[in-house]
Design a protein around this ligand. Structure first.
Ligand code: SAM
Ligand code: DTB
Ligand code: SF4
Length: 335
């Protein structure tokens, strides 16, 4: 029988989340080793192709125009600049290249035409091309898929109940609608969230429940730890204790056994041994490069050392096949 479930109750997820940490990590490590190459980690590179000036009010985000965060607004980059950055990322070992834009949603204009050209250009490098551009219509998702987009990142960020405390300019349902548009276009889904927003354990469990009860699990689940940025409403939030991050990763690994779990924003505040425990608990993807979108991330050499010390190996591009083929396979699995 398939170990993929889409009918998790909050109580079942809570029972996992609340286990003694070492037992939880052991269970997650077993699930991880059964479904993935243990110690293999996907390296993704991030590039902010359009920075700042965003109309949304996401309380964590340094790119929202309404908060004074010192982020410099930058118009959409040129295709050849993006291609050069992707080539550089590939040379540094990245197999996925993710382009982020500080947009509420994609509009059908010349900027979108240019993003389509960026997708085509990066695709020609044989990298997994990913975008995160805000909300998408079904037609826009199709256009991105036709251009060769491999994955689309769109986070639910937190539980449905807590969402309104963090963002008021769009709804949880808006987010889910875009995820469904992405899925229907045959694009690999990357969706996760942030811890450290002032949410409760129930909210964290609720967020995982939303993700693991989607009609198909996201192929990639980023777990971000809030990077507090001066000027945002959450600038003074206290740091998430490391054991809570491990708990979150391990629970995500158990309820979504086949997905990549990405240890995303917040790595700069973690030691190599803390990150090691995250990898043991099922994290098998990171963002590498000294900048995320606007905030710092570990230096290239620090990550290189970490890979050497922990014996991690970078995962090749397209090792899991194309999502279009996988989608067909999963439809035949019992719920
Ligand atoms: N504007 C698009 C959107 O909101 O979907 C794409 C870019 S947005 C910056 C991508 C994701 O980055 C957000 O959904 C959020 O999860 C994460 N993020 C933004 N600011 C963050 C912060 N300060 N700490 C951790 N994660 C953050
Ligand atoms: C995701 O879940 N995390 C990345 C990526 N998807 C786009 C973004 C993290 C952003 C952290 C804040 C910043 O650097 O601006
Ligand atoms: Fe805009 Fe995305 Fe930042 Fe929200 S998370 S303010 S939508 S860039």
């Amino acid at each position: 029988m398939s170990d993929i479930r889409h009918n998790w109750t909050r109580e079942e997820i809570r029972e996992i989340y609340d286990r003694p940490l070492l037992s939880l990590v052991l269970e997650a490590a077993n699930v991880h080793a059964k479904n993935h190459v243990y110690g293999e980690v996907q390296i993704s590179s991030l590039l902010s192709i359009k920075t700042g000036g965003c109309s949304e009010d996401c309380a964590y985000c340094p790119q929202a125009a309404r908060y004074q965060t010192g982020v410099k607004v930058q118009a959409l980059m040129k295709v050849d600049e993006v291609l050069a950055a992707a080539e550089n990322a590939k040379a540094g070992g990245a197999s996925r290249f993710c382009m982020g834009a500080a947009w509420r949603e994609v509009r059908d204009n010349r900027d979108f035409d240019r993003v389509i050209d960026m997708v085509k250009a990066v695709n020609s490098l044989d990298m997994e091309v990913c975008c995160t551009l805000g909300m998408l219509s079904p037609q826009q998702a199709e256009r991105l898929a036709d251009a060769g987009l491999y994955a689309y990142n769109h986070n639910v960020d937190t539980s449905e109940e807590h969402y309104g405390e963090v963002i008021t300019t769009r709804t949880y349902d808006d987010r889910l609608k875009t995820l469904s548009n992405v899925r229907k276009a045959g694009i690999s889904v990357c969706s996760g969230g942030i811890i450290g927003l002032g949410e409760t354990d129930s909210d964290r469990i609720g967020m995982l429940q939303t993700l693991c009860n989607l009609p198909q699990h996201p192929e990639s689940v980023p777990i971000n730890v809030l990077v507090p940025v001066d000027g945002t409403p959450l600038a003074e939030n206290s740091r998430v204790p490391f054991d809570e991050l491990v708990r979150m990763i391990a629970t995500a690994r158990i309820v979504m056994p086949h997905s990549a779990v990405r240890l995303s924003a917040g790595r700069l505040a973690l030691s190599v041994s803390e990150q090691a425990m995250c990898f043991m608990a099922g994290a098998n993807s990171i963002f590498a490069g000294d900048k995320l979108l606007t905030t710092p991330n570990p230096e290239y050499n620090a990550d290189k050392d970490m890979f050497r010390i922990l014996g991690l190996t970078p995962k090749a591009a397209f090792a899991d096949g194309h999502p279009k083929n996988k989608a067909k396979a999963e439809q035949h699995e019992p719920a």
